[in-house]
Ligand binder design. Sequence first.
Ligand code: C2E
Ligand code: MG
Ligand code: MG
Length: 646
Amino acid sequence: MKVIYFDICAIPLFLMILIICHTRRMTKGKANQMFVLVVTVSLISAIADLGMEIPNSMLPMSGTGYFICTLSTYLYLAVRNGNNAILLLFLLMLTRTTSLIRKKWIRFAFWLPYMVLLLLLAQNPFTHRVFTITAETGYARGPLMMAIYAIAMVYGLTGLVYCIYCRRYLPANKWAALLTCYLLAHAAVVIQFFHPELLVEMFCTALGEMLIMLSIMRPEERMDSAVGMLSWASYRSDIRNIALSGEHVRIVVIRLLNCLEIRNFVGDHNYNQYLSEVADRIRAVRWTHRHRIEIYFERPGTIYLITDADESGSEDAGERLLAEVGDLIRGHVKMGVCFEPRVCLIRCPEDLQKAEDVISLGHIFLQIDERKQTVFRASDIVHSRTFAMEAHIEEIFDRALKNHNIKMFYQPILDVQSGRFRSAEALARIIDPEYGLISPAVFIPAAETEGYIIPIGDAVLDQVFRFVSEHDLDALGLSYVEINLSVAQCMERSLPEKISALQKKYGVDPGKINLEITETNFEHISEIMFENVNELIRMGYSFALDDYGTGYSSIQRVIHLPLKLIKIDKSMLEEVSTANGRMILDYTMRMMQSIGKLLVVEGAETVDEVEILRSMNCDYIQGFYFSRPLPEEEFIRFLEEQNKDR
Ligand code: C2E
Ligand code: MG
Ligand code: MG
């Protein structure tokens, strides 16, 4: 008597896996779909197994029983053995190594054993050499059944060997789960071979597939189910595997420039729905004859498309995507708004080979190319110095901090009334052995996002305090030096203590230091920042608001913050040639002066600009007209020269 309870238990397990796949929207993406197919086929196998065993346990069979039993046996043998092949395909897709079976003859060889199996089954009704079923004696194996077992073994063992080979494509825990699943399936076959009455095979398969779903597929990690696209984590792991296998693919990165504005405008729920519709539209287009597109999403608003490179060369899938996907997205309006996409094509491995470079280019392509274009090609970008720098920025930061490559330059600022250079702004540069002088416009934003801004800011503070302590500022005619603070530094709890420690270390008078904070950063003003500013003012430091006129200017902030100086951004000075621009600058300056703020205008490059600013009664002028930022010694020489006879 056969124990059919294992099969019965396997069925709800398969159904559960399918329901989870469906509810977590794991029906999108090649590997996901293949996994769903594996589970569906397993479910059919389990049902077919029951269809065989139940009539077999009630001999002699009725006419219907005989019919069901015969049909189920054919179905079971065809489907169950096909499943081993599908599982292997799933493994190839999961590790993105399908390129291994791209060649026609390999594909033929891959399916050959299965085709032989189907042929064996097809001839069985005439020869009964694989199995026989009679109503009286039930099911019995025939001599060719061994061939069927052998074919099952071919796929099973190939799968096991490939699973071991896959070690480098999967993280250790996922690989261990996959191996466990294969071992479980093989153990079940062995058990059932020696104890045919124990129908454990499908139950063990169900356990194995559950294990794959919980520890390898991990819906919560693999999918961004809110938008129905594969997740950012999946993108990273797929890119790593593509780089490892050397697969030829085309990647199109789509940055949705106004994603945050749209999210704020339509709300989270509608935003997700909008993205989900965009993904469906991309999916719906038949981009190429054969290749499908994997769609990934990185919050808040970057979509990545990966498609196979067309090796026939007739049509480049990437070029077509690049040309059309932007218009497709722009054409999809929701609630009256629409995304503004910027697209970039990366050809792998032609443009880039390393996974980190591909990932990093997706993040930085907009920063690198300053032209206001909407379509980018990695091939135009990857050889630039800026890309190399951005891609290795962490390395550069580590080197800069370790070897003290952060150097301060000083730009003199003219005090209009006295005609002397009474202050200066300290501006950081990295002097890298490989990339030379790197501008803060490049590395400060990167330091902020990569988490290096605090150590870099500390190095800046240390150097400027040292500079102030080493020189007699009064003798040079200098009242104070300005230091730029990043918002992250302003929000650091220990900022006042750090500055107080430097003050003690170098014996610096706080009156000699003015701290600059950027206006846009006030958007995020927090209690800690307020407390820090007030504490530092109490200690004797003064503050300036930098880049006034660029951010979200709020008169409120100017009124309520204890600021000594307002620095007007050079963009306002650039408008001075027009009557309106001049008027705005003039009124802004008068307004600030009337509430007791001192004014610095940045970016004066010509004598005309300097004259206009003088005529407007500007307090301080900073600009290339007087001097560019200078290294320490040159700056001292500049002051000695310029301030000596005034
Ligand atoms: P910022 O604080 O507004 O500094 C003024 C920038 O304008 C400097 O650019 C300066 O070289 C440039 N500049 C001055 N006069 C002229 C001019 O006449 N014409 C033009 N075209 N530019 C002029 P730089 O040194 O490249 O610094 C860029 C920004 O990087 C700074 O803008 C500041 O926000 C940030 N930064 C620089 N050093 C540091 C630092 O030590 N810490 C932090 N947190 N930020 C820094
Ligand atoms: Mg500044
Ligand atoms: Mg500025």
